[in-house]
Design a protein around this ligand. Sequence first.
Ligand SMILES: Cc1cc2nc3c(=O)[nH]c(=O)nc-3n(C[C@H](O)[C@H](O)[C@H](O)COP(=O)(O)O)c2cc1C
Length: 132
Amino acid sequence: MKVAVRYFSKSGNTKRIAEAIAGGAETSAVSITDEPTLSGYADILLLGGAPYANVMAPELRRYAENLPPEKVGKVVLFTTSNWSHRTVKGLQKILQAKGIAVADEHFYAQMLNINGRLEAAREFGRKYSGDI
Ligand SMILES: Cc1cc2nc3c(=O)[nH]c(=O)nc-3n(C[C@H](O)[C@H](O)[C@H](O)COP(=O)(O)O)c2cc1C
């Protein structure tokens, strides 16, 4: 099973969570700014970002809008923020409208408790490790 972790992060919180999830999933976390189009097929794509002034970054929105449905089996979402889970809801809507399956569960880390959520993020990633 091929597992990929992709994220958008301006100030590093989502990046740290993405790297912990990727550690658990035994893969690497790649920024969508470094790889704007998903390379290859992923059975599971763990995709994350954050809201800025109530909206997800346009870079992340475009990534989801342009994600080819035939390149992913299922998307699992994660987000960091002050309080909002809006990025997850927004991504869910975009992806499902394209016919892409999105897992019911998602991972959340509050922006002031990133350190406190790293082990849980690794555990979350472990569930999607290629071994299972
Ligand atoms: C300009 C700005 C606007 C933000 N607006 C929101 C918001 O509307 N709702 C919220 O819950 N968090 C908001 N946040 C908090 C970020 O979503 C949070 O810090 C997040 O972890 C940033 O992720 P990053 O470090 O990966 O860029 C905002 C942060 C910034 C800098």
